[in-house]
Design a protein around this ligand. Structure first.
Ligand SMILES: NC(=O)C1=CN([C@@H]2O[C@H](COP(=O)(O)OP(=O)(O)OC[C@H]3O[C@@H](n4cnc5c(N)ncnc54)[C@H](OP(=O)(O)O)[C@@H]3O)[C@@H](O)[C@H]2O)C=CC1
Ligand SMILES: O=C([O-])CC(=O)C(=O)O
Length: 442
């Protein structure tokens, strides 16, 4: 067994520029590979150096404490032994209480952009310390360690803890936000029904785990596709969590729609407001140009090419993901991460007067006659408390109604395919003569 001596790195981080020093602590549960990295307390006890004895396979260092006591070998793992003692944690007077955020598919492309935004404070604010709970699988556990190492090397002052694990019952413990990104991509020749089933099982399990161990008011944002139906499965498996707390990400579609309208109108995209995406995050989604505004005016007054609005605009938003894949060779990751940030911020900051945002939410009690018991993108507003209310007085004309009905029918068909996962009986899967598509599949 080799002994490694580690000294505190020189840094300009507000955390580490005091006499705080690295300490060793560990919370590894070998049974399910839950690994724990705790970042320093604000007033960590000074110590000049730490030592860490590393076993030959470099997997399980032994932590030697300042007081000479030795933590058992199985308790800590590699770089995750380089932790601070959370028990010593104190909050500053200006910082809020730490919140825990779970991210699944944390070794994937979207997460690779998202995690660093979360840790930087640009999502929950510069006074909000966070703990990140990263969920992966046996496939990705090594990569997840790499992600955690990069987070560590970024010296984010607000990032207080990083856990990685493969068991949702461990990773979701007490989390206040769950960003569910991990999902199997649809491979060549794979039926959409098969995708619904495979991913549905992931989201059924994660719903159960959230129900059992997450904070009772956890907010859940499902990104992994098909995200609306995955969100429905998740919420049906989590009966103790309010159904209202579950969202399917359609904010990327909203952002794409705003961009296309701005481009056509020759304005900067911050001039576009009141943009609703109705329905499914698929090629049946309905970007609503009837109620959207440019510089506060109805879009149809500003853009008089109505044929373009009905055809070109609508299709360009529905198929934007596919075009991106053709160009970039992979699906949108950076802009998806940005849209996740936007979606969260829309819930934790008050919606500007007169405006709204789109998110896929549970349809029960909706004022638009959309079938109940679906997750459907609709216009929402928030007071900034993490909750939202539906905007109730949006006009729906015949054009919109017809298209919204098509997206609704698609979601009803998807729901039938996953009845075995939602507790609604025996699944019957008939997705119609034309196989439905994710935005990235065209
Ligand atoms: N709603 C939206 O607007 C958008 C949604 N998406 C969707 O987000 C999801 C993630 O995208 P992205 O991060 O780019 O994808 P990546 O392929 O980069 O990562 C996806 C992660 O999913 C996990 N996964 C879970 N189960 C499986 C499985 N059975 N087979 C393979 N991987 C699995 C993998 O992590 P692990 O092994 O740790 O489980 C993998 O790291 C996809 O479903 C994508 O379609 C993408 C763009 C926009
Ligand atoms: O289909 C995908 O995986 C990508 C996707 O959702 C999008 O780009 O909107």
């Amino acid at each position: 067994m080799a002994m490694a001596e580690l000294t505190t790195p020189k840094t300009t981080s507000p955390f580490l520029n005091s006499s705080s020093q690295l300490r060793l602590s560990s919370k590894l549960h070998l049974s399910n590979q839950f690994r724990h990295l705790i970042l320093p307390p604000l007033h960590a006890t000074p110590s000049s150096k730490i030592s860490c004895s590393v076993s030959q396979n470099n997997q399980a260092p032994v932590a030697v404490q300042d007081n000479g006591s030795v933590k058992t070998k199985k308790e800590c793992y590699g770089v995750f032994c380089l932790t601070y003692d959370l028990k010593a944690e104190e909050e500053t007077k200006s910082w809020k209480k730490m919140i825990s955020i779970a991210v699944s598919g944390a070794a994937g492309m979207i997460s690779n952009h998202l995690l660093f935004k979360l840790a930087s404070g640009s999502v929950f604010g510069p006074d909000q310390p966070i703990a990140l709970k990263l969920l992966g699988s046996e496939r990705s556990i090594q990569a997840l360690e790499g992600v955690a190492m990069e987070l560590e090397d970024s010296l984010f002052p607000l990032l207080r803890e990083v856990d990685i694990g493969t068991d949702p019952y461990e990773v979701f413990q007490d989390v206040e936000w769950a960003l569910l990104i991990g999902a199997k991509p649809r491979g060549p020749g794979m039926e959409r029904a098969a995708l619904l089933d495979i991913n549905g099982q992931i989201f059924a399990e994660q719903g159960k785990a959230l129900n059992a161990v997450a904070s009772p008011n956890v907010k859940v944002l499902v990104v992994g596709n098909p995200c609306n139906t995955n969100a429905l499965i998740c919420l049906k498996n989590a009966p103790n969590i309010p159904a209202k707390n579950f969202h399917a990400l359609t904010r990327l579609d909203e952002n794409r729609a705003k961009c296309q309208l701005a481009l056509k109108a020759g304005v900067f995209y911050d001039k576009v407001s009141n943009m609703t995406i109705w329905g499914n995050h698929s090629t049946t989604q309905v970007p609503d140009f009837l109620n959207a505004r440019i510089n506060g005016r109805p879009v149809k007054e500003v853009i008089t090419d109505h044929k373009w609005l009905e055809e070109g605009f609508t299709e360009s938003v529905q198929k934007r993901g596919g075009l991106l894949i053709q160009k970039w060779g992979r699906s949108s990751a950076a802009s998806t991460a940005v849209s996740i940030v936007d979606a969260i911020k829309s819930l934790v900051t008050p919606t500007p007067e007169g405006d709204w945002f789109s998110t896929g939410v549970y349809t029960n009690g909706n004022p638009y006659g959309i079938a109940e018991d679906l997750v459907f993108s609709m216009p929402c507003r928030s007071k900034g408390d993490g909750d939202y209310e539906l905007v109730k007085d949006v006009e729906i004309d015949d054009y919109l109604r017809k298209r919204i009905a098509k997206s609704e029918a698609e979601l009803l068909a998807e729901k039938q395919c996953v009845a075995h996962l939602t507790g609604d009986g025996i699944a019957f899967c008939d997705l119609g003569p034309v196989d439905t598509m994710l935005p990235g599949e065209v």
